[in-house]
Design a protein around this ligand. Structure first.
Ligand code: ACO
Length: 371
């Protein structure tokens, strides 16, 4: 038995949810470029869950269910008030999702119908949890979700307390579409491994959130923003990147295990970053990002991934840096839950082997004889 480091090239599951073939990402067979151009996040979630795009009635029913399920229990709001104000927002989200299970009497019901409803419920509640904590830590009262608006609209409203402008809603919605699913990425794999033991959906999502938090995965978008802030000006980009590359440090937001010729999601976020900069009359963050891309791609041959331009997009939407990864979680929850439902449809426990590299034939030495 020989192990492949990081399971590179290992095919660990069958799935009909999303595919990456020849550098093209597709959701249920539909190219991500088409989805980014035409679909809303709610349509995307429906597609991932059901395998086809919703008709008018199906979409209206989903939106109704999302709206009905978007409040969170008062007891959870009281708990959020007790969390440290400077906690990691991903740790808050991980803890809150775990806590939500305690107030859902269907938490341990693994029937398909119950899990489909819980997927919708979690999709509706995640933005409310994140926005509530973001306000509480600033000493403000959380806001109740608005009925009848999109998840992107509601999230921006619950965060700021004001009606968001149409451009911001469209930009966030597109970002949610682009992050929704990505084959067997690390957090989705965690979710599948967890649910495959036949535990509950909340446990699987808690695992996934913990996995997404890491800087090699979803946490990279926040690290990109730290880098852009440290660079600060266009002139400083070159010396900064040269220094990093000379020290063999990783440049966050670049590289990918699967895409070696570029992440197909990055160009949409790049376009959005440019548009928002032009609209706001300040393209500094976009310009620095483009410069960093030309340096890193030129010198290392590494292409930007989905996290690179999402950092400037979210900042221009006025979103605090530590909410970037939680927003990724809001979007990816649709993919996680689709994979959880798919795993349960044809389940077998996921239990690979390890290549043992330790010693054999050692003897037990009584403690008084040990050095
Ligand atoms: N900056 C500099 N060098 C890099 C980078 C980078 N961002 N990414 C890869 N490399 C180099 C590695 O150092 C390695 O060089 P070596 O062969 O000389 O040792 C080579 O490219 C191969 O990289 P690995 O780390 O082996 O690639 P792996 O497939 O294991 O990791 C990963 C992929 C984690 C995305 C990596 O590219 C990385 O750390 N990127 C930065 C973090 C990041 O942006 N993560 C977000 C990924 S997308 C997502 O999860 C949403």
């Amino acid at each position: 038995m020989t192990a492949t480091k990081g399971l590179e090239g290992v095919v660990a599951a069958t799935s009909s949810i999303s595919s990456i073939e020849d550098g093209v990402l597709a959701y249920r067979g539909i190219n991500i470029d088409e989805m980014a151009e035409h679909a809303t996040f709610e349509e995307t979630a429906y597609l991932l869950w059901h395998g086809h795009l919703p008709n008018h009635q199906e979409l209206a029913e989903l939106k109704q269910l999302l709206s009905e399920n978007s409040t969170i229990p008062d007891v959870l709001i009281e708990q959020l008030k007790l969390y440290p104000k400077d906690a990691s927002t991903m740790a808050v989200l991980r803890t809150a999702v775990s806590a939500l299970a305690l107030y859902d009497e269907t938490a341990n019901d693994n029937s398909k119908e119950a899990n489909q409803l819980k997927a919708i419920k979690l999709q509706a509640q995640l933005p409310t949890v994140i926005a509530a904590y973001a306000r509480i830590r600033e000493g403000k009262e959380p806001l109740a979700p608005l009925p009848g608006v999109s998840i992107a609209h509601n999230f921006l409203y619950m965060l700021t307390g004001t009606e968001p402008d149409a451009t911001s809603v469209v930009a966030l919605d597109k970002a949610l579409v682009l992050h929704a699913d990505h084959e067997l990425n690390a957090s989705t794999f965690s979710a599948r491994v967890t649910i495959a033991t036949l535990t509950d959906i909340y446990s699987a999502i808690t695992s996934a959130i913990g996995t997404l938090k890491g800087p090699l995965h979803g946490g990279a978008n926040e690290a990109v923003m730290d880098m852009l802030r440290e660079i600060g000006s266009l002139e400083n980009a070159e010396p900064y990147i040269q220094r990093k590359l000379q020290n063999k440090e990783k440049i966050m937001g670049f590289g990918h295990r699967v895409y070696k010729n570029g992440d197909p999601r990055a160009k949409h976020l790049q376009k959005m970053s440019r548009q928002l900069g032009l609209m706001q009359g300040d393209t500094t963050l976009f310009d620095i990002s483009v410069k960093v891309e030309s340096l890193v791609t030129g010198q290392k041959g590494l292409q930007p991934n989905v996290d690179f331009y999402s950092a400037s997009v979210y900042t221009m939407l006025g979103i605090p840096k530590d909410l970037f990864t939680p927003i990724f979680a809001i979007s990816r929850l649709s993919g996680w839950t689709a994979h959880i439902l798919e795993q349960l449809d044809n389940n077998r426990i996921i239990r690979p082997r390890a290549e043992y590299t330790g010693q054999f034939n050692q003897q037990y030495i009584p403690i008084e004889l040990r050095q």
